[in-house]
Design a protein around this ligand. Structure first.
Ligand SMILES: Nc1nc2c(ncn2[C@@H]2O[C@H](COP(=O)(O)OP(=O)(O)O)[C@@H](O)[C@H]2O)c(=O)[nH]1
Ligand SMILES: [Mg+2]
Ligand SMILES: [Zn+2]
Length: 343
């Protein structure tokens, strides 16, 4: 990966089209790591560092940038997808987590961990980010009824991709390769212990050694393992692994939840009251569908729970910010009072 082909880093026409004619010869770089005051980028010429500057837009791992020939920031390219922690109100309060991810593997194991509700939560995150989800049911070797579980998940959405896998069997992990080809960027989401690391290790394979060649040197010229977030996979794709993803919660995720439960949103359009809560209101098309056996009670409950959860999380985030602000103001006024008393 010393001088990777741009296509291997995920470059495609969508990005190319955004470059102005006069910048055609300027290097395009992908953000592979982010630190407090600098970014680590990869371009055709190899690794590049870019000092963060408050004048630059918010940038995150996975983003594509165009630099000047001298290596200064020129342009942040529009993203195909974006995981973020949104907060209500001002845009500056957003925390960007990962950009330009193609596929999210939602891993859940075929034992006590299995939960349709949890899968729906992850699907909401994926849909909000506009990333294609693939549900991976792990530990199929420990479950005698993996096909039944697979059918249950498939019922959530007939077009959803669902694979059941024994992660310990490299042959079975091959089921994920169609999404891991050259230039494809993937992430893994799922509870602890479901088999994510096991899958990742198999997919990285020898490519792990490869990352050594894109290691940065520290001030003394020694090679250091940086906290890089993009890792090349054996099959040519890129694994994006960043701490923020692991802690991703539903905040302000209305669209993501509603597209995950598209059939409920469609039914709700036919409820008599526009603000129907599908509880006991007359003329409720959602309750009617449940009565006819066309919609699961569980699914409606899960929908309500997720809508509530994202609203509560957004509110707490807003409250916390307001509290921090009040605290800051209080400290300031105490200090200035002190100063006033001294003079
Ligand atoms: N039997 C079986 N064990 C698995 C499978 N996937 C993972 N494990 C085991 O489950 C444990 C947790 O796996 P790990 O990959 O660390 O999970 P993570 O926390 O999601 O990264 C390890 O002991 C794995 O060997 C599987 O498909 N079948
Ligand atoms: Mg792990
Ligand atoms: Zn209703």
């Amino acid at each position: 990966m010393a001088s990777p082909e741009l296509a291997h880093l995920g470059w495609r026409p969508f990005f190319q089209q955004q470059i102005k004619l006069e910048h055609r010869d300027c290097p395009a770089c992908r953000v592979v790591a982010q630190y407090r005051n600098r970014l680590e980028l990869l371009c055709q010429a190899g690794g590049v560092e870019l000092a963060l500057d408050p004048a630059m837009p918010a940038i995150t791992v996975g983003d594509w940038l165009v630099l000047t020939q001298e290596g200064r920031f020129l342009q942040l390219l529009e993203r195909q997808s974006l995981f973020r922690r949104k907060a209500p109100g001002r845009k500056v309060d957003e925390q960007l987590i990962a950009a330009n991810v193609d596929t999210v593997f939602i891993v859940t194991s075929l034992n006590e961990d299995f939960s349709l509700n949890r899968i729906e939560r992850y699907l909401s995150l994926a849909n909000e980010a506009r990333v294609e989800p693939v549900v991976v049911l792990s530990k199929s070797d420990l479950c005698g009824e993996s096909e039944r579980f697979q059918r249950e998940v498939q019922k959530l959405d007939p077009l959803l991709m669902v694979e059941s896998i024994n992660c310990l069997d490299a042959g079975e992990v091959r089921k994920l390769l169609p999404w891991c080809g050259t230039g494809r960027t993937v992430v893994f989401l799922g509870s602890s212990g479901v088999g994510k690391s096991t899958l990742v290790n198999t997919l990285l394979g020898d490519a792990v050694q490869h990352t050594g060649s894109i290691r940065a040197k520290d001030g003394t010229g020694r090679h250091v393992t940086t906290g890089r977030s993009l890792h090349p996979m054996k099959e040519g794709g890129l694994l994006l692994d960043t701490p923020g993803l692991r802690e991703l919660q539903l905040t302000d995720c209305d669209e993501g939840v509603n597209s995950t439960f598209a059939e409920i949103a469609a039914l709700a359009e036919r409820c008599r009251f526009a603000d129907c809560r599908h509880d006991a209101e007359p003329g409720c098309a959602v309750r009617d569908a449940i009565a006819r056996g066309e919609l699961d009670e569980r699914r409606l409950a899960s929908y309500h729970k997720l809508i509530r959860e994202q609203a509560v999380n957004s509110a707490t985030l807003a409250e916390k910010r307001a509290r921090d602000k009040r605290f800051g103001k209080m400290i300031k006024s105490v200090l200035s009072e002190k100063r006033a008393r001294r003079t």
